[in-house]
Design a protein around this ligand. Structure first.
Ligand code: SF4
Ligand code: SF4
Length: 208
């Protein structure tokens, strides 16, 4: 685990620093395990998940746009119809945060089950996570899990709430996010610069 170098924030709204933090109303959610419980991600595979092909992320695959409401042109009933010939960028290179080696996320966070794709993005010398709706918005229980994990490990994360980017992380992370937002830049690599816009499907950019 990474040590925590600075106090973690309450939730903040990167583009609306004057807004109060998000008030989380917690519901019992027995399917979600504690972030302090170990998950074994060493032998994971996508299995029946096709979330990253289903149009929750944006991409252009061999000339065909993928976007919210528009799954990949090559996504068939049983999965990818061109699996052996799928492009390297982004298809072969994309690994979501749940599938990634060393993933801290429990088994039931597989994106098609969770309804949320967790992206792993580089931030400084560490990883930051981005919660992308894949059928539902991150709920209070998921945000509470992420907040506990973030507080324990110093790993920041971003998500959208009502079309506004929100995040949780150290003062350094907040400053980076505010600065990028004020310059109109993507908040993290591969994110759409438009606030609340869909994230791009991109190959994994980090080896952490
Ligand atoms: S979202 Fe993750 S688990 Fe699901 S198909 Fe894509 S890489 Fe595999
Ligand atoms: S071409 Fe890529 S995005 Fe499209 S279904 Fe196959 S793996 Fe998914």
């Amino acid at each position: 685990m990474q040590s925590q170098s600075a106090p973690m924030s309450s939730f903040f709204g990167p583009l609306n620093p004057g807004l109060p933090g998000v008030i989380l109303v917690l519901d019992p959610y027995s399917m979600i395990t504690s972030p302090m419980q170990n998950s074994d991600s060493s032998a994971r595979s996508c299995g029946g998940c096709t979330a990253c092909c289903d149009g929750w992320l944006t991409a252009n695959i061999l000339g065909h746009d993928v976007a919210p409401g528009k799954p990949c042109h090559f996504r068939g009933v049983g999965g990818c119809t061109i699996y052996e010939n799928r492009p390297a960028d982004p298809c072969r290179g994309f690994i979501c945060g749940w599938l990634r080696k060393g993933s801290p996320f429990p088994e039931n966070f597989r994106p098609d089950k969770l309804g949320v794709i967790i992206l792993a993005k580089p931030w400084r010398d560490r990883v930051a996570y981005v919660l992308v709706p894949a059928g539902r918005q991150p709920d209070a229980a998921l945000l509470e899990w992420m907040q506990q994990y973030s507080t324990a490990t110093g790993t920041p994360f971003l998500f959208n709430l009502d079309g506004r980017p929100r995040g949780y992380g150290s003062p350094e992370f907040q400053k980076d996010i505010f600065d990028k937002a004020s310059r109109g830049e993507p908040l993290l690599p591969g994110l759409n610069p438009r606030p609340g816009g869909p994230c791009k499907l991109t190959p994994l950019e980090l080896e952490i």
